[in-house]
Unconditional design. Structure first.
Length: 138
């Protein structure tokens, strides 16, 4: 069973609308599944979706972070979920990129318990780039 990770910790998946690829979505009640190799131009077609889930086939594949950032920059206001092989150390980066939540499988949740994810939930307080920019005179 998959676990949803938010700033509050682990929780169940409350999404009941199902998922489809962008070309297969028939209503706006369906969440959209995006693979990591989605072309940036294709993001325009999902801006009205209530939930977009971006796949991370490997923790070393960072293309999903770029897609999330591009979606937010283009005005996407719905729920944005990272799914797959992310590790707790990447949670802060996922939040900064624009993700609202991370979906992991039960096996990963057992290997990296909730306390490891919650330790990174204060992602705004540990933003190295913002602290660095504050030190540089304008």
């Amino acid at each position: 069973m998959n676990v949803i990770v938010t700033d509050d910790g682990f929780g169940p998946d409350d999404w009941t609308g199902g998922f489809a690829a962008p070309a297969e979505a028939t209503t706006q009640e369906v969440g959209i599944d995006l693979p990591p190799d989605t072309a940036p131009d294709a993001l325009e077609t999902v801006l009205d979706a209530p939930l977009v889930r971006i796949d991370f086939p490997s923790f070393s594949d960072g293309r999903g972070f770029t897609l999330a950032r591009l979606l937010r920059l283009r005005g996407y206001r719905g729920r944005l979920r990272a799914k797959g092989h992310l590790i707790a150390d990447q949670y802060a980066m996922a939040r900064r990129a624009g993700f609202d939540e991370v979906e992991i499988d039960g096996e990963l949740a057992a290997r990296q318990p909730e306390d490891q994810w919650r330790a990174r939930a204060d992602w705004q307080a540990h933003d190295y780039q913002s602290r660095l920019r504050a030190r540089i005179p304008a």
